[in-house]
Design a protein around this ligand. Sequence first.
Ligand SMILES: [Zn+2]
Ligand SMILES: [Zn+2]
Length: 614
Amino acid sequence: MAQAVQKSPAELAEDRLNTMRHSAAHVMAEAVLQLFPDAKLGIGPAIQDGFFYDFQLPRTLVPDDLAEIEERMGEIVKQNAPFGRRELSAQDAVALFEERQQPFKVELIRDLMGGGAERVRDEATGSPDAEGVKGDLVLLYNQNGFEDLCGGPHVARTKEIGAFKLLRIAGAYWRGDEKRPQLQRIYGTAWVSQQELDNHLQRLEDARKRDHRRLGTDLGLFLISDQVGAGLPIWGENGALLRQIVEDFWKAEHRAAGYQYVYSPHIGLIDLWQTSGHLSFYRENMSSPIDVDRQQFMLKPMNCPFHLQVFKRRVRSYRELPLRYNELGQVYRYEPSGTLHGLMRVRGFTQDDSHIFCRPDQLDAEVNGVLDLGLKLWRTLGFQEYLIELSVRDPNNHSKYMGEDERWVQAEAVLQRALEAHNLPFRRAEGEAVFYGPKIDIHLVDALGRKWQCSTIQVDFNLPERFDLTYIGEDGIQHRPFMVHRALLGSLERFFGVLIEHYAGAFPVWLAPVQATVLPIADRHNEYAENVHRQLRDAGIRAELDVRSERVNAKIRDAQLQKTPYMLVVGDREADAGAAAVRLRTGENLGALPVSDVIARIQEEAADRTGQVV
Ligand SMILES: [Zn+2]
Ligand SMILES: [Zn+2]
């Protein structure tokens, strides 16, 4: 396991929160056992922003149960009991938990004895720092009379748990396995102070209002159909339009940056994936083979092997490099059904993928170019703040990584230099590089301050080797090119999920699928409204016309719910003056303006492409 060299104050604060939250999970388990003495305990780790614990219970929990459990937790906390600890031999621990009729704990300890120690330890405690096992000994922690299998760490006494709240109940299979019993998972959150807890609850409420699944339906952006299958989103009219706008922008920027677009099929022969190593390293994310004419094909989980073929199409000279291939490539990866979530976690998605093949002396310029392009895309799409990690080798374990030392040193230095040259602060993560090369991971920070990992830039020493990629150098002999994989938006589906929540569906004018809606006050204004609508369309504005026989106030409300930036209301006066009464989605009234002025205004705003979050 990677050992952190030196923890920053932020990381230490995070550790403290995790310890507190995990301790809250112990207290919750104690409270649940008070209410349901027959409860069977699963696991209870700290997670981002909170904690959970899994239980097998005699009945299904209802929301009122949470209030009751929370109240009992409050009483336990007030007693301010210390967290005690003892060690037992694995045999004694099994006997103890058998006597207490806790079969899941018994299973975890048996696995510990069977050598799956590290995995079980992490599962049991959720804390990778924990020492859940010491030789043959198993660690147990207790507060009041309640004792749990756990590696710690915990707070010293229950009063240190801070302000907490239980949030929701969900189903979860034991150890994530659909063939094992389904347990009830209670989620909670805990913070150092009541104020921080209140802030967090407010953020959750804000996030609920922005939930891309709700907005996706309300705004006609996307749908997920039971008849099609889970994790396979379909882009509705407005969502597809939004996506096209972003794709057009993406493609134009890539062309300008010297990328060449390629297309590749959705399936490839099984041998291709054997050569690429995916069958060995990535099999569990891939579906079963498809038989065509007695040949086996696999749905592609990645685009890389196809882009390699384009490079290998003919002998390459050093003069041709760099070559930058890009593709919005649809890929398919297995995700357990329980983890699927709107557009954020799906089974079929489009990667904004690129592979760059270059000479060693070009790597600096290429990585800098990738960051330039990335920053342009992220900023234009409305993301100004990033959280960045540079994942490098574990300096004490060179054997874990493939490729020559010299290349690693060069590639890590290049990535670091590029981040520094762009004034992008980053965290250096020793030992977190993949075996085939170092990488930069970029999280976009959204309007609610949430971080979403979207972008990645990876140097790869593996695939050029496996596919025997070469170019003829100036010296007339063959050399291995550097290969860079990069995705700037990541999965388009996920990125749009983030984008929808970032803007709460109120997209800036340049992105809005519908930029303006024309609303005639009465049927007799329909003809003039059509005329205005046509003028807008002719000017390249994405406009709609609402000729339903509804009251105009109802039409305005609907357009507002659709988050349409401009509403053009037309009646007698407007028709006489060749004008439209303009309302913005913010509720602001601009009054009657000549139609040509409205057009100019919308065009100007769309051309500006600033991503103001409303
Ligand atoms: Zn614990
Ligand atoms: Zn790739």
